[in-house]
Design a protein around this ligand. Structure first.
Ligand SMILES: N[C@@H](CCC(=O)N[C@@H](CS)C(=O)NCC(=O)O)C(=O)O
Length: 208
């Protein structure tokens, strides 16, 4: 199994962490977003969207990070994907939310406070930082409410949803995500970050 991607970015990071948690061997072929390698002809053969990650396993080629997570959990028995339909719907709800809402929740601050510098596009714009901070707070409030009632995002226990949604929080300090305003969310992230699989799959971060 091979991840073709840029390990530090959240949609790639989650794949590395889930593979480590399941103890599945996963090779990594770096596709540098900093160098624009996601637009190379070779990468577009794997993912015509020109976005990372792409994933291959023998004849199988997949893109969309959450589909890749689902592929991984079907490889061996595990608890990250539940076996009854109600719990599956609970996990899926969070995976869809991650792609539709959470992406916007952290994405603005990622861009302003980290990615602009990495791409040499200048300093954060204060007005954009304000808007992005409001968006982060909107999404973080949803997580905070859930995590004030239960230890993990899905009712039944630790699941793919936790791995997918925790992935961007590795860069909380660098991106100035106001995580400390959300104590249950911060505590949940620290519990995930303490998992041996999370630690063993921590990627190298690009320099600004
Ligand atoms: N829905 C896609 C999103 C993929 C995505 O946005 N990947 C980012 C990195 S996290 C990327 O490759 N961006 C580079 C670009 O858009 O040029 C997934 O979950 O795989």
């Amino acid at each position: 199994m091979k991840l073709h991607g840029f390990p530090p970015s959240p949609n790639n990071r989650k794949v590395l962490a889930v593979a480590a948690q399941l103890d599945l061997p996963l090779e990594v072929e770096w596709v540098s977003l900093v160098k624009g390698e996601q637009r190379s002809a070779a990468f577009l053969e794997l993912n015509p969207n020109g976005r990372t990650p792409a994933f291959t396993d023998g004849e199988v080629t997949l893109w969309e990070s959450n589909a890749i997570l689902h592929y991984l959990v079907t490889r061996k028995p595990n608890d990250l994907w539940p076996d009854n339909g109600t719990d599956q719907a609970d996990v899926l709800r969070w995976l869809y939310w991650e792609q539709s809402e959470w992406r916007k929740g952290f994405g603005g601050l990622y861009w302003e406070n980290m990615l602009k510098r990495i791409f040499g596009l200048g300093e954060p714009d204060p007005a954009a930082v304000d808007t992005a901070t409001t968006e982060f707070r909107r999404c973080a409030t949803v997580l905070e409410k859930t995590l004030s009632r239960q230890p993990w995002l899905a009712h039944y226990g630790l699941s793919l949803a936790d791995f997918a949604i925790a992935a961007p929080l590795d860069n909380a300090a660098r991106c100035k995500l106001p995580l400390a305003e959300f104590p249950h969310l911060a505590d949940w992230y620290h519990r995930i970050a303490a998992l041996p699989a999370w630690q063993s799959s921590l990627p190298e971060q690009p320099a600004a």
